[in-house]
Design a protein around this ligand. Structure first.
Ligand SMILES: Cc1cc2nc3c(=O)[nH]c(=O)nc-3n(C[C@H](O)[C@H](O)[C@H](O)COP(=O)(O)O)c2cc1C
Length: 146
């Protein structure tokens, strides 16, 4: 079983730490992809059984590279690429104390598929508790695709 853990992490690596914990919870078959480093080719999404998406709060919205990911998906699907949407989706969010990106984040990414569990939220550097919740999210995704 394969999971795509796609996230944007840039400022402190906070979202990246959460992504690593989600991948750890999922176990073998998790691929980590930081969209801050490289754009993801969305025609490869059908190769995965589930997706976890993590974003920092940028001006009460998601990071631009993840908006691009969703824009690319919309365009690819309109061009006839099948098997992108409809998978289990897990969400995690890192913010600096505000966290108002949660609503637009959930609204946009529920287009991708069935959202599993609650969005894991973290303020600044993720605590041990937050990292446990990320591992739990990874485990929930793994259970969905068994
Ligand atoms: C351009 C920019 C805009 C930000 N806007 C917000 C915001 O509106 N609300 C908030 O709570 N944090 C905001 N932050 C803080 C980040 O969400 C926070 O530091 C996050 O943990 C960074 O994740 P990263 O270390 O994975 O890049 C902003 C940070 C940057 C760089």
């Amino acid at each position: 079983m394969k999971a795509l853990i796609i996230y944007h992490s840039q400022q402190h690596g906070n979202t990246g730490k959460m992504a690593e914990a989600v991948a750890e919870g999922f176990g073998e078959g998790a691929t980590l992809w930081n969209t801050n480093e490289k754009r993801f080719d969305v025609t490869k999404v059908p190769e995965y059984d589930c997706i976890a998406v993590g974003t920092p709060d940028y001006f009460s919205y998601i990071a631009g590279t993840l908006k691009t990911f969703m824009d690319d998906i919309y365009i690819a699907e309109r061009k006839g690429v099948k098997g992108i949407s409809g998978k289990p989706v897990g969400l995690f969010l890192s913010h600096g104390g505000g966290g108002r990106a949660k609503e637009p984040f959930e609204k946009l990414f529920k287009r991708l598929g069935d959202v599993v569990g609650e969005t894991v939220e973290s303020s600044r550097s993720p605590s041990a508790r937050v990292l446990d919740s990320c591992r739990e999210l990874g485990k929930k995704l793994a259970a969905e695709v068994q």
